[in-house]
Design a protein around this ligand. Sequence first.
Ligand SMILES: Nc1ncnc2c1ncn2[C@@H]1O[C@H](COP(=O)(O)OP(=O)(O)OP(=O)(O)O)[C@@H](O)[C@H]1O
Ligand SMILES: O=c1[nH]cnc2c1ncn2[C@@H]1O[C@H](CO)[C@@H](O)[C@H]1O
Length: 434
Amino acid sequence: MKFPGQRKSKHFFPVESRDPLLSEISPLNKPIASHICGIDQVLVDIEAHVPESFLEKYALSKGHSMLIEPEKAAAIYAELTAHNLIVSEFAGGTIGNTLHNYSVLSDDRSVLFGVMNETIRVGSSSYRYLCNTSSKVDLNYLQPAPGSIGQCITLIAPDGERSFAINKGVMDLLDVSHLDKTLIQTGSALVISAYLVRCEEHEPMKDTTMQAVAWAKEAGVPVVLTMGTKFIVEDRKEWWQQFIRDYVTVVAMNEDEALALTGHGDPLLACEQVLEWTDMVLCTAGPVGLYLASFADEEQKRETSRQLLPGALPEFNRFEFSRPMRRNDCAEPIKVYTHISPYMGGPDRIKNTNGAGDGALAALLHDMAANDYHRLNVPGSSKHAARFLAYSSLSQVSKYANRVSYEVLVQHSPRLSRGLPEREDSLEEVYWDQ
Ligand SMILES: Nc1ncnc2c1ncn2[C@@H]1O[C@H](COP(=O)(O)OP(=O)(O)OP(=O)(O)O)[C@@H](O)[C@H]1O
Ligand SMILES: O=c1[nH]cnc2c1ncn2[C@@H]1O[C@H](CO)[C@@H](O)[C@H]1O
């Protein structure tokens, strides 16, 4: 486990240099390993830049992720190829991207549950998927199936907005027998997306996902849900609210999904509402940056030294230096919030924002897993005097998440090709030390 970013804390990693008293009691030479698990519809992104008329021609709703018939996918693919519009074919899937980015950032293990072709030809979509996935993502538990993995035709309009046309292939055939209960119950988090429950009645993906979240909940493993697109939420708003109440620890969404889920267009109010149902919220807001919200115990809260910010909840960031906690782990829970503007104001030019939100979530997962890793390896540390959800404060995590989103935006790909620089010397004063 690589530590998430710069810290001035006395509890700095690596854990190998742990408390000498503790080492005598437990003379471990090797740190106890940690991992996170995720379920995804395994698919490749086929990216093309198209005029608006292209979306109209194929009746694709802008900003949506739509399931389409294989014949229609073939027609779209043929037209894109004929006009030489395809710019890349790259591993995708919202959880696949998140796990990959988590593994790149943390240099640690994530386990992907999903469906993969049982035979793989060089150059095929499944081959591309394997080539573009970090070797730290454990693919050994994938369910083999005849047929093709999913294709996500990612159409970028001139204004940068992306629309997904999904040719699903075998992506929703994941059977519960291809989950691993022990791995799920010993992970630092189980990550799922709202897309997983929109399979057809006869397909097992939804039931498999429900089983996985039940196992995670039983073991107290945080269930982290990313919302997909606003259309998925709008279709079944009440169902999602109940699902979040019943199973979820962390909700990740953008401001459109937040509006669909809560009825609040203001991300802060949306976060406040979601905290009525769950423990932590990441709400990205494009050029406005991102918000994080969670609970802190009255005893553990820490006041910010930054400027207090105005907003729908005045001075909402007052306790942003607090580390996030579950509501049930607080004797006296208070809601804490933070906001951060885009790193360095955002890149000069953004070709598409695909995956920027997934990147932010990967950073949050990294901080959560680092906390678990530290607790496993240095259980007596005062860092764990109370049960926290993350290693760092909300404020630190938001900086980190935003920094990762920036990296995704400048790389023009939802999947990071490298981790973040260890030190960003030029930014020490102006950014990291703020
Ligand atoms: N136009 C922009 N200018 C500056 N920063 C941006 C812009 N768009 C996105 N970002 C950065 O990326 C982060 C996530 O962006 P956004 O809210 O678009 O995610 P998203 O819609 O969830 O993306 P996806 O679903 O494709 O992963 C923002 O919090 C911000 O830091
Ligand atoms: O139905 C879906 N299931 C899983 N992932 C999806 C679906 N639609 C789009 N994406 C994925 O979302 C990522 C950006 O956040 C894209 O990389 C795309 O592959």
